[in-house]
Ligand binder design. Sequence first.
Ligand SMILES: [Zn+2]
Ligand SMILES: [Zn+2]
Ligand SMILES: [Zn+2]
Length: 256
Amino acid sequence: MRLTFLGTGTSFGIPVPGCDCAVCTSGKPRNWRTRHGLLLEHEGRRLLVDTPPELRLQLIAAGVDRLDGVFISHSHADHVHGIDDLRAFSARSRLPVHMAAEYEEELRTRFSYFWGPDARSTPGSSIPGLDLVTFEDRERIHAAGFELDVVAFPHGWFRSYGFRVGDLAVIVDAKEIPESAVELLRGVRVLVINALWFGNPHPTHFNVEEALEAASLLGAGTTYLTHLTHRLDHDEMEARLPAAVRPAWDGLTIEI
Ligand SMILES: [Zn+2]
Ligand SMILES: [Zn+2]
Ligand SMILES: [Zn+2]
């Protein structure tokens, strides 16, 4: 299985518009972070995780010409507001989009022009052809040929959904690992987990220290930090983190 990090920035992205901090103005490619997206590929099948605002640019950069399914972690703008870019791949056949049942009503309303009860395209124009497929916490789902064990993670007042697929666990926008999820995720060879910055705990996201604790709780092999802010310089992170923990970057591809 191949994993590509399409976007590794937090909800603001990096650079943050108007910010003149050292990271935003560094000009280093690895400090340029679009919003969260992942691509999983195995035996010719492709699953996209999240549809962030820069989705079109991410798909072009990764050379993606086709998708077989989409997994949405939760309804925050930085994870779904590029969904219309899926039109390019849903013209010939409809594309399944898997998301938690708790977000169905909200997203059908927000994107009523293609998911509402009266959704239809004006003749000669197009709308995304997306089939919304819902799941519940702890369900095992089949998406784009992948078998995912889905888990909900507390995210402030919200819940963000991650999963385990084989030797990979993906946790985005989490503030806590529920005790009951530890058993499911224990011993993964590769862990992808969200982290904002060092110190100063945040109410809805792990900071780096909390992400490291979670990785150690799960006994993860290699851990990749993502959903990163402009308070983290890529090179400084590389030097400061333990060897088994790496900062991800936009475009990083790993084989699992
Ligand atoms: Zn987010
Ligand atoms: Zn900045
Ligand atoms: Zn969020």
